[in-house]
Design a protein around this ligand. Structure first.
Ligand code: ARG
Length: 269
């Protein structure tokens, strides 16, 4: 009997411990006076580094959104820059309170994370060299070719599903992926349109391929939280998103970000 009770007690304790450790709550963020936001730094116009007064500065629409969330909570925004493939895991491990990195909401991810309302609708495109525009004008024409996608992104799945005969090359850094495309190690790269356009505006040898990826189920960006996060915190984030969308603030952030040049340095880690 004692043994059974002991085992039961252990189970209950463990259960409560997991319930508490998964997800952060608003109060603990307010108590520590800062919100740790996991992000990345090669994803203009959402998050990237640019030189401002000679200083490497993290800017972009997601960064502004993060600052607005911190302001709503009355705390400091503490951005933690990491590779994209570590961003989601960092909210589960508790390394970050929330993640903002152009993260697309998918059914798969919804099983493991909580999400805010979405704040941006993205579309996927393929970038090629201008000189290959005619050669790669159908999905089939890329069969046997090397196609790049960012490690941990939904673009990896898009490439696997829609370009099954191409060889997928997963890279951590978008900047590196673009370099490999420019020097012919990759023949094509899958990126979301806004990001692709940013790179194309800085590289006049690149262009968007004239081929249509099947529109994948929604590709909308949202803020990610650990599963089981305090509903109050999610509601506060939703309030900021709703307001930024309604007032046109979010579009203005994207507009402003488009006036900066993305540094050609590769990301941390
Ligand atoms: N939206 C895509 C995804 O969630 C790509 C996001 C990449 N974000 C970044 N900051 N590199 O998988």
């Amino acid at each position: 009997m004692k043994k059974i009770l002991g085992a039961l007690f252990l189970l209950v304790t463990l259960g409560t411990m997991t319930a508490c450790s998964s997800g952060t709550n608003q109060k603990s963020i307010q108590d520590k006076g800062k919100i740790v936001i996991a992000t990345e730094s090669e994803f203009a116009p959402f998050e990237f580094k640019t030189l401002i007064n000679g200083k490497d500065t993290l800017v972009g629409a997601d960064i502004e959104l993060g600052k607005a969330i911190a302001k709503e909570l009355g705390v400091k925004a503490d951005f933690s820059v990491m590779s994209f493939n570590n961003v989601l895991a960092s909210v589960t491990s508790g390394k970050a309170d929330i993640a903002i990195a152009g993260i697309s909401v998918t059914d798969e991810r919804k099983k493991a994370y909580d999400f805010s309302k979405s704040y941006y609708e993205a579309e996927n495109v393929v970038i090629v060299k201008k000189t290959d525009l005619v050669a790669y004008s159908t999905l089939d024409s890329l069969s046997g070719k090397s196609v790049g996608a960012q490690k941990g992104s939904i673009q990896e799945n898009i490439a696997k599903d829609q370009l099954p005969d191409s060889s997928l090359v997963s890279l951590t850094s978008n900047g590196e992926m673009i370099n490999e495309l420019k020097n012919n190690q990759l023949q094509a790269v899958v990126l979301e349109k806004a990001i692709a356009e940013g790179y194309i505006s800085q590289n006049d040898d690149l262009t968007i391929a004239d081929l249509n990826l099947k529109s994948t189920a929604t590709d909308a960006y949202a803020v990610a939280f650990a599963k089981g996060t305090d509903k109050k915190l999610i509601a506060s984030v939703n309030k900021v998103i709703k307001n930024a969308k309604k007032t046109g603030q979010f579009d203005a952030w994207i507009e402003k970000a488009s006036t900066y040049t993305q540094n050609k340095v590769s990301s941390e880690e």
